[in-house]
Design a protein around this ligand. Structure first.
Ligand SMILES: [Zn+2]
Length: 504
């Protein structure tokens, strides 16, 4: 049997260095990973195809199957965030290849005949870091995004020389039809790392059992992204207090594993969810900075482990750094605060002011100021249910507005983007649960707190399977980690599921 790592290791190596994996949407590194996937398809006897969005895919037709029968598809993405993790997306693409290899083997061993085709897909541009829009390849292939619309999205990481998404996609267009055009595929499956700590915790609680898998039984989160523009040079203490009150409202919302709710706040000049591994506070002078560091080290301790944020000082600047980007797949927001440098900085400011009233005056938060024009924050809400997303975000927004109103601070809100939560297909979830039981693998039913390609194409049956995510579930960071043995268990479950579906 060919191991998962045979497919995974070379794919995840593209763009990898000590700092993390750099294979951003529609860059030469993503091209390289896509080309490698195409060669891997060939090694399994499939003809690699490339659609009009540069997504590579391959179709496997078992002997005697009518080529017009709708296929089951397994797909994920090969792009990364800046300095991202190795497993996010890549593991799901590798899992598809591993499933097909096992399926071909079962045919050789005279297993029952298969009566449906299998399609393996590597989606382009799932991460929004570069162009500010997520799931580009799957949206394009599903007809939810046109090439013309791509002119509106510019490369945010190179604001001096912004290439538009149109210019990035145009030279990468392939000649083949969309893999998810009507009638071609009717079921989409994705295997992904959890991007949260729940499965890893369950694994540690039951060391004698096989590692668990997570089956999304209800929904995959939707998102609301908004921009909040405030006057220039707003004192950091105001921002801190506003964020802390928003945080306490968000943390008090009713949520659990099936109904996660998450708010992430990032500076406007950075893409949401990435590049936040450090934030800086600018003090009036060195003495104030020393005071802030001392209070922060003393007061923030309970929030540090298991990923201690480091608090350092450089002259007048106090820097909070550490792994941070955390798609809380399953957890209420409070679980993530230990990792959030922006919250740590806000807490440190509040602690300083509490300890010595007036001591935090004059501290600025340069990450949030755009030149001298404005103070800008991006807020990113995620929830797995539409009512929860709408009501929860409104409640937090009201709290922020209330704070701003009390302090007479004018504010301007604008919507950046909105994605609705997507339901998974109950029958598909049941098949995944049954397959896991037959393999003797423990399962956790959960919701996905992050968005995924599998939720994009409409009119599909869909299923999402999570495997253990170590490193406390940190994702989009070089410390992202999954043991290959745990991922192999996911592949076993997926293989059994797919075999069952392909046999009728
Ligand atoms: Zn992903």
């Amino acid at each position: 049997m060919i191991e998962l790592s045979h497919w995974f290791a070379p794919l995840s190596g593209v763009g990898w260095s000590q700092q993390g994996r750099n294979a951003l949407a529609y860059t030469p590194q993503e091209d390289q990973a896509q080309a490698l996937f195409a060669r891997q398809l060939q090694s399994l006897g499939l003809r690699p195809r490339q659609d009009g969005w540069g997504n590579h895919y391959g179709l496997y037709h078992p002997p005697g199957v009518d080529p017009n029968t709708p296929a089951i598809a397994i797909g994920s993405h090969l792009d990364s965030t800046p300095a991202g993790g190795r497993f996010d997306g890549v593991l799901g693409v590798a899992a598809g290849l591993a499933v097909l290899a096992r399926l071909q083997q079962s045919l050789e061993q005279d297993g029952p005949p298969l009566c449906r085709p299998l399609c393996l897909i590597a989606w382009r541009g799932e991460e929004s870091s570069r162009f500010g829009i997520s799931c580009i390849g799957s949206k394009g292939a599903a007809g939810l995004l046109t090439l013309e619309q791509c002119r509106a999205y510019a490369d945010r990481l190179h604001p001096q020389h912004p290439m538009t998404l149109y210019e990035a996609v145009a030279p990468r267009r392939g000649p083949d039809p969309s893999p998810v055009a009507p009638g071609r595929v009717d079921t989409l499956l994705e295997l992904h790392i959890e991007q949260g700590p729940t499965l890893a915790e369950a694994k540690r609680q039951h060391p004698s059992e096989p590692p668990p898998v997570g089956v999304v039984t209800q929904a995959i989160a939707g998102a609301i992204r908004e921009r909040l523009t405030l006057p220039p040079n707003l004192p950091a203490l105001h921002l801190a207090r506003m964020l802390l009150s928003a945080h306490s409202v968000a943390g008090g919302l009713d949520c659990d594993r099936q109904r996660p709710f998450r708010l992430t706040v990032t500076p406007a000049n950075r893409p949401p969810n990435v590049g936040r591994s450090r934030t800086r506070l600018q003090c009036r002078d060195q003495a104030q900075a020393q005071q802030l560091v001392a209070v922060a080290r003393q007061r923030l301790k309970p929030h540090q482990p298991p990923h201690p944020s480091s608090i350092t000082r450089r002259e007048r600047q106090v820097i909070f750094s550490g792994p941070h980007s955390y798609h809380s797949g399953t957890q209420p927001m409070a679980h993530k605060e230990r990792l959030d440098q922006i919250l740590s900085a806000a807490r440190a400011l509040e602690a300083l002011e509490q300890a010595l009233p007036g001591a935090a005056q004059g501290i600025a938060w340069p990450d949030f100021s755009r030149h001298t024009e404005a103070t800008i924050l991006q807020l990113d809400w995620r929830a797995a249910h539409e009512t929860q997303l709408t009501a929860g975000s409104a409640q937090v927004r009201r709290e922020i507005e209330h704070y701003l109103h009390r302090h007479d601070i004018p504010a301007d809100w604008s919507i950046i983007s909105r994605t609705k939560p997507a339901a998974v297909t109950p029958e598909v979830a049941q098949r995944l649960l049954d397959a896991a039981r037959q393999e003797g693998v423990p399962t956790l039913a959960m919701a996905s707190g992050a968005g995924h390609d599998v939720q994009i194409p409409p009119h599909m049956q869909r299923g999402l399977l999570f495997v253990v995510s170590e490193a406390n579930g940190v994702s989009h960071h070089h410390s992202e980690w999954t043991d290959m043995a745990d991922a192999e268990v996911g592949v076993q479950v997926l293989t059994r599921t797919v075999l069952g579906m392909m046999r009728g």
